[in-house]
Design a protein around this ligand. Structure first.
Ligand SMILES: C[S@@+](CC[C@H](N)C(=O)[O-])C[C@H]1O[C@@H](n2cnc3c(N)ncnc32)[C@H](O)[C@@H]1O
Length: 203
């Protein structure tokens, strides 16, 4: 199965806006979630690893999951070049495929939730994958008018998210301490889009 992301994988990192966004998301994540060297983390919709590799510098293991084999191939090359042997890749879509063996201490995701039709099912699967006390950290766009993706909207199921509604979804999936906070601002086509970081804990 190929995805539109496969075609963009080789040049994905060339856009400085994407690197800035991922760096801002990681900065928000590390301020919110206590990272420890013994943690096992999963990065969902890891893409070329802009968030994965930053996480990998701080934790014991990162499983990078993505439905695009092309994006994961770029990520694997980068991890190898950086000597990050504790980064593994998994070509999967958790709304369709069986889940990998856990548990994980952290499930992170950057700018992927809006590409997932059934967010409730995905959040329940994240809950299943986490150890008790494990954290979730999901970054995505605040509700927008569709201009963020413009004509390139294939595979976009949500025009950003309402923060309160997403917090309710996290509680419904079994998480506690669900909250959203400002993460980073994204300038695109002369407009500013805000990105939040949603965090919660598995009791
Ligand atoms: C906008 S990119 C973000 C990539 C990366 N997290 C970053 O910040 O640069 C979204 C990624 O989610 C992946 N994706 C889209 N739908 C997915 C799904 N249902 N399951 C897993 N990955 C998915 C795409 O292949 C793509 O790599």
């Amino acid at each position: 199965m190929t995805s539109s992301f496969d075609a963009r994988a080789q040049t994905w990192d060339d856009d400085p806006r994407r690197r800035y966004l991922a760096a801002g998301i990681f900065a928000a994540l590390e301020q919110t979630v206590p990272l420890r060297a013994d943690m096992a983390a999963l990065d969902y919709g890891a893409g070329t690893g802009l968030l994965t590799l930053a996480l990998a510098a701080r934790v014991r293991r990162v499983l990078a999951v993505d439905s695009s084999a092309g994006m994961l191939a770029v990520l694997a090359n980068k991890a190898q070049a950086a000597g990050q042997a504790h980064v593994e890749t998994l070509h999967a879509d958790f709304t369709k495929a069986p889940l990998p063996a856990g548990p994980f201490d952290l499930v992170a995701s950057a700018m992927t939730l809006h590409h997932v039709a059934d967010v409730d099912a995905l959040l329940r699967n994240f809950h299943t994958l986490l150890a008790p006390g494990g954290r979730i950290a999901l970054a995505d766009l605040d509700a927008e008018d569709g201009s963020f993706h413009g004509a390139n909207a294939a595979g976009v199921y949500h025009l950003g998210f309402d923060r309160a509604a997403l917090e309710r979804k996290l509680l419904d999936a079994g998480f506690v301490d669900a909250r959203c906070a400002d993460a980073v601002r994204n300038e695109k086509n002369g407009r500013t889009y805000t990105v939040f970081l949603a965090t919660a804990r598995k009791p």
